[in-house]
Design a protein around this ligand. Structure first.
Ligand code: ATP
Ligand code: MG
Length: 437
């Protein structure tokens, strides 16, 4: 009986602004991550992995109610089973701080931690701005001195250097301490109140809630009055000023150029003293590749014993785009060999040989059978070529009958050889690629 074919199911597609990361691009992600791990190791930062979903109040309390993220960008929902208010993390600093407090990680002095992973913000998707995006971040918790601000900045600079990236500028500012900010805030409100006619709706709304954020406005009509607004740097006391100067002198001693940008205020509420951004003009309007600062009051705000902290987060998609633009971090095919097999009956021997090769460190991809057995030799060689492998390992009728495999170079010239199927370890090294630089 012939069954009638069912109508094809409707094709499902992913969510707008949330991207699949496919090979060969995913290999560039892995390579970037491995460079990051090596830099982090160099500074004694340890990896931390916190959940992607957190209780909503963590972000509302942690990031501040009057911020873009909390006001309009969070993916929040109610857990159907127990009614809990939950949010897909829009950033990871609050989660790291929660974990550090929950597990008392600061009982014995400071901790240096780093993370990598997806974050979620409901923004308008565009180049360099997605709804699921990825951050790599570093947090130094329990350290109050300016040398640690400088250390995390130097670490990011070291990463750009290791990757060969150019055209990234470091901008720096100090937000001072809350008391200094309050004085500045009062001056700022008084100033903007004299210019109400120029303020847009958002600025008017934020004026009494979070006037510092007005300085961050991109509205061209407001730029002229923003330029002349009272500057926070003029309100810093001696200790804050000293802290800022020390950060700058440590950076200078390490040949890292920083530009002071008095308008740099950062989008989240939890920062104090040093704030910084690494920016580039090469990515259009999404030019900030890494941003951070000191957040000495967040730990206590989340219920921990007061402790200072400083950190940054970088946008992985933006860094990768910058790397692509500069033709850096190009990945070569990783495969040493491709196994061509003429008969399905050979697989017990083939797989034993390939397992032995892999145990010796050779990477080898195996030709699999199709519905009609093994594909033609011609089509197998086409795949072998396309795989980027440097060698084909041919398990042909003659070879297998003689207990051998043929080794054929696929790149450049070189003789085809026959090698014994037993004692693979003695010839495995021939197949391994030279170390990549
Ligand atoms: P922006 O001003 O570009 O919105 P932000 O101040 O909201 O950035 P942070 O919260 O400081 O960003 O996050 C740190 C970094 O993460 C940013 O500098 C950027 O590189 C990256 N980033 C933030 N939001 C996104 C997004 N929606 N898509 C891709 N990368 C992002
Ligand atoms: Mg943003």
């Amino acid at each position: 009986m012939v069954e009638k074919a069912a109508a094809p199911a409707e094709k499902l597609v992913g969510i707008k602004g949330m991207n699949d990361i496919l090979p060969p691009d995913s290999a560039r992600w892995e390579l970037l991550e491995s460079h990051v791990r090596s830099v982090m190791r160099g500074y004694g930062f340890e990896n931390i992995r916190t959940p992607i979903v957190e209780p909503t109040p963590l972000f509302v309390r942690g990031l501040g109610e009057v911020t873009d993220v909390v006001e309009k960008e969070m993916y929040s929902f109610t857990d159907k089973l127990n009614g809990e208010a939950l949010t897909l993390r829009p950033e990871n600093t609050a989660g790291v701080v929660r974990a550090v407090v929950e597990h008392s990680l600061l009982y014995n002095g400071g901790r240096r931690l780093y993370y990598m992973g997806p974050m979620f913000r409901h923004e308008r998707p565009q180049r360099g701005r997605y709804r699921q995006f990825h951050q790599i971040g570093a947090e130094a918790l329990g350290f109050g001195g300016p040398e640690v601000d400088a250390e995390v900045i130097l670490m990011a600079s070291a990463l750009w250097k290791k990757l060969g990236l150019e055209g990234i500028e470091l901008q720096l500012n100090s937000l001072g301490q809350p008391a200094e900010r309050n004085q500045h805030r009062a001056a700022l409100i008084a100033y903007f109140e004299q210019h109400m006619d120029v303020l847009d709706e958002e600025a008017k709304r934020r004026l009494h809630l979070n006037p510092l954020r007005l300085l961050d406005s991109k509205n061209p009509a407001m730029q002229a009055i923003i330029e002349k607004a009272p500057q926070l740097l003029d309100y810093l006391g001696d200790a804050s000023r000293q802290h800022f100067e020390t950060v700058q002198s440590i950076l200078a001693a390490n040949g890292v150029t920083a530009t002071v940008n008095p308008r740099l205020v950062r989008g989240l509420d939890y920062y104090n003293l040093t704030v910084f951004e690494f920016v580039t003009t090469r990515l259009g309007s999404q030019g900030t590749v890494c941003a951070g600062g000191r957040y000495d009051y967040l730990i206590e705000q989340i219920g921990g014993k007061p402790a200072p902290a400083v950190g940054w987060a970088m946008g992985v998609e933006r860094v990768l785009e910058l790397l692509k633009e500069q033709e850096l971090l190009q990945v070569q095919p990783q495969l040493d060999a491709y196994a061509v097999v003429t008969n399905v009956q050979f697989f017990p021997q083939v797989s034993a040989c390939l397992q032995a090769l892999r145990a010796s460190g050779v990477s080898v991809q195996m030709q699999a059978s199709g519905p009609e057995g093994m594909p033609s030799l011609k089509s197998q060689f086409k795949r072998a070529d396309g795989s980027g492998a440097r060698f084909a390992l041919i398990f042909g009728d003659d070879e297998v009958a003689q207990g051998c495999v043929a080794l054929k170079p696929l790149r450049g010239d070189g003789e085809q050889l026959r090698l014994p199927l037993t004692g693979v370890a003695s010839w495995a090294a021939r197949l391994q690629s030279p170390p990549t630089v």
